[in-house]
Design a protein around this ligand. Structure first.
Ligand SMILES: *Cc1c(COP(=O)(O)O)cnc(C)c1O
Length: 397
């Protein structure tokens, strides 16, 4: 089949819940992917940071193959010899006492919501069914019915109701708004330390630390959704590390999979995690040995190859070069590490045609929130690849 035929097939059989760029990819290696006509592209999306380690990292391939030959799924009805080591390695890396494995990011967020609500009732003494979780405008935490209930994006929630109550909305980046929103019934504040899907929004310095301190003073759990920002992307292992903040609850996913097989987790203290008892929560695939073996290898690659430092060094330089491009269309270049957004001025139209023009030149970037072109390549990307890309990006802009 040719590209047009593949596109027609998807048009015919797939739900139209995405608007992808019109290419059919069939191969990937490192920061590069190839389409079925053997055209080569630099992947500047990295599957929304699920492929921080690069496509088909050889040591993750080896770990997956080895595990495929041994055991893939037990369910949590039995133990397996990969889940324990995986959770220990994840807890040691992130500095937590306990971790609960799930599959998609949204499931890990749901797990966190259940944990903090129950903590609110059983530890903090919030009256039954009164727990509130404070969340931020412009957030992205996933697509389940409960999660879209506290989205401010109309398309995410319209006619998916009735929606789940118990969430209180405040503007992102506003410390005073958090203080004003906290009540005796507040169980948690859930926040992305840098909003990715929201358009690469970097809060002003001090925001993470000040909000974490407020939460500590009011006995409110601080929940950081680091599904996209975590595991090296922003130039630290976790984005909260930029301000020395250790969230009470940490949610990770995406790159925990190495881009192979969905793995996510919620991490916390023993005190918070101990609200769960047998039968209270679960997942058939969560903690399966294949996923656990893949995640162990994925974490090793991030540490052994110093991908967080790499993101910081390459990102600082790349962002500087992007800012130096003289274009009448650019409103702002912002980001952290290798999570960079180029905001296109409204009078220049949307970001979509810029992404299409980049695609024609061999760069895959995707618009987020109409006006922003996001550049977030795999962290293994070579400086020379980015040097080449800068020339193309400058032409397009
Ligand atoms: C991608 C993402 C999610 C949802 O993860 P899925 O695996 O798509 O369910 C949640 N939070 C943030 C910050 C994300 O970027």
């Amino acid at each position: 089949m040719n590209t047009a035929e593949y596109l027609a097939e998807v048009e015919r059989y797939s739900a139209h819940n995405y608007h992808p760029l019109p290419i059919i990819l069939s191969r990937g290696e490192g920061a590069w992917v190839w389409d079925i006509e053997d055209r080569k592209y630099l992947d500047c999306l990295a599957a929304y940071s699920a492929v921080n380690q690069g496509h088909r990292h050889p040591s993750i391939v080896a770990a997956a193959k080895e595990q495929l030959e041994r055991l893939t799924l037990t369910s949590r009805a039995f133990h397996n010899d990969q889940m324990g080591p995986f959770l220990r390695e994840l807890c040691e890396l992130a500095g937590y006492e306990k971790a609960l494995p799930m599959n998609s990011g949204a499931e890990a967020v749901e797990t966190a919501i259940k944990a903090v609500r129950r903590w609110g009732y059983r530890r903090k003494g919030i009256p039954a069914d009164q727990a509130e979780i404070i969340v931020c405008e412009n957030n992205f935490h996933g697509r389940t019915t409960t999660i879209v209930s506290f989205s401010t994006e109309e398309a995410y929630r319209a006619d998916f109701g009735p929606l789940t109550p118990g969430f209180r909305m405040i503007p992102y980046g506003d410390v005073a708004a958090l203080e004003a929103a906290i009540t005796p019934n507040t169980a948690a504040f859930m926040v992305e330390p840098l909003q990715g899907e929201g358009g690469v929004i970097v809060p002003k310095e001090g925001y993470l630390w000040e909000t974490a301190e407020l939460c500590r003073q009011h006995d409110v759990l601080y929940v950081a959704d680091e599904i996209q920002t975590g595991l090296g992307r922003t130039g630290q292992m976790f984005c909260c590390d930029w301000e020395g903040v250790k969230p009470d609850v940490l949610v990770v996913g995406k790159a925990l999979s190495g881009g192979f097989y969905p793995v996510s987790a919620m991490l916390s203290s023993d005190d918070v995690m101990s609200v769960f008892h047998p039968g209270d929560h679960g997942s058939t695939f969560g903690g399966n040995p294949l996923g656990a073996a893949v995640a162990r290898a994925a974490l090793r690659v991030i540490v052994d190859e110093g991908l967080a430092e790499r993101a910081r060094e390459l990102g600082d330089w790349f962002m500087g070069e992007l800012r130096a491009i003289d274009s009448p269309h650019v409103k702002e270049v912002r980001g952290r590490g290798l999570m960079i957004g180029v905001e296109i001025k409204r009078e220049s139209g949307t970001a979509r045609p810029f992404c299409e023009a980049l695609m024609d030149r061999g760069i895959l970037a995707k618009e987020t929130h109409e006006q922003v072109v996001r550049f977030a390549p795999p962290l293994v990307v070579e400086r020379s690849d980015l040097e080449w890309a800068l020339g193309e990006i400058a032409e397009v802009l």
